[in-house]
Ligand binder design. Structure first.
Ligand SMILES: *[C@@H]1O[C@H](CO)[C@@H](O)[C@H](O)[C@H]1NC(C)=O
Ligand SMILES: *[C@@H]1O[C@H](CO)[C@@H](O)[C@H](O)[C@H]1NC(C)=O
Length: 290
């Protein structure tokens, strides 16, 4: 066979292979593009991500075909998914309790008031107030306590002690002081917008500029209250005592808490509904809040 003949045979063969592989490739791309588009449309119409809810029509469609679309998120957040951890003191509870009783809903709101000592003068404890617990002794941290605020370490540990008491079906831990006034229904509505399965630290600056300057612009103020998602509370609780020892000189509990959360890699999500207002005129509450 002459080399010419071979070349001509090869030539007649070659275009066929190119067209075959070109066909195959274009078909492949078409099917990738089409299936991508179909998946995208499914995602758009059926998404139930908290930030990207599909319309009620498609949500209903999804819930009536549960066997095709297994639910990917939980039920809407309600009051029983929140647990409150309130830092208080037996010496001031006589006056402060009115702020808490104003929003506490017995047998509906979950949580505890943490006191510095046994509240013998208030017994029997009324069911209209949150159940109390006496904070664990923190004297073992004395070497690490150069904090300007008394009770700073005890107050940071309220999240840990609240977590140990209540950790079933919890989505949010809401931390506050004994003069924090909350509007619980509004709070539930706001927290329901966030994905409680992710790390969230939700709160707000102080409305008093000097407070932000003196402490931190990046932290939530406990006087207004702030919320931690369940997984963040788990991560904090795991290593809280180690973290407390890492920051022996910060002024108070809110700043220690923010530093511990920052070490986990989470920064503050600001919600302007939390108001820490410093009102000098006693006996008005120092703070009002969401
Ligand atoms: C809150 O939702 C849960 C389901 O996640 C439900 O079992 C519970 O009864 C609801 N509680 C209230 C007070 O609506
Ligand atoms: C809360 O529930 C307990 C029983 O579980 C009941 O004894 C108590 O009276 C209730 N408190 C209020 C204020 O409804």
């Amino acid at each position: 066979m002459s080399s010419n003949k071979i070349a001509s045979k090869f030539k007649s063969f070659q275009p066929k292979t190119t067209s075959l592989s070109a066909n195959f490739l274009s078909n492949l791309w078409k099917s990738v593009a089409i299936s991508g588009l179909v998946l995208y449309i499914f995602y758009i119409f059926l998404s139930n991500h908290p930030y990207c809810q599909s319309s009620a029509f498609f949500v209903n469609l999804r819930s009536s075909y549960k066997w095709i679309f297994p639910p990917t998120t939980d039920s809407p957040t309600n009051i029983s998914h929140l647990v409150f951890g309130i830092a208080g003191s037996s010496n001031t509870w006589r006056n402060k309790r009115f702020y808490i009783d104003a929003w506490w809903q017995p047998n509906k709101t979950r949580g505890y008031l943490f006191l510095d000592r046994y509240p013998k003068e208030f017994l029997p404890w009324p069911s209209s107030s949150p159940p109390y617990r006496v904070s664990e002794d923190t004297s073992r941290y004395n070497a690490y306590n150069k904090h300007g605020m008394p009770h700073a370490i005890r107050m940071v540990r309220v999240i840990l002690e609240t977590f140990r008491e209540e950790n079933k079906d919890v989505r949010w831990y809401v931390m506050g002081d004994d003069d924090t006034v909350l509007f619980v229904n509004n709070l539930v509505e706001v927290l329901a917008r966030y994905d409680h399965r992710k790390y969230f630290y939700i709160g707000m600056n102080s409305e008093c500029i000097t407070s932000n300057f003196a402490h931190s612009y990046a932290m939530a103020f406990g006087g207004a209250g702030y919320a931690l998602s369940y997984p963040l509370a788990v991560a904090l609780a795991k290593n809280l005592d180690v973290c407390i020892k890492r920051y022996p000189t910060l002024f108070g509990s809110d700043h220690i808490m923010q530093s511990c959360i920052a070490d986990i890699g989470v920064s503050l999500t600001q919600e302007k509904g939390f108001h820490q207002v410093w009102i000098m005129l006693s006996p008005l509450p120092k703070y009002s809040s969401l």
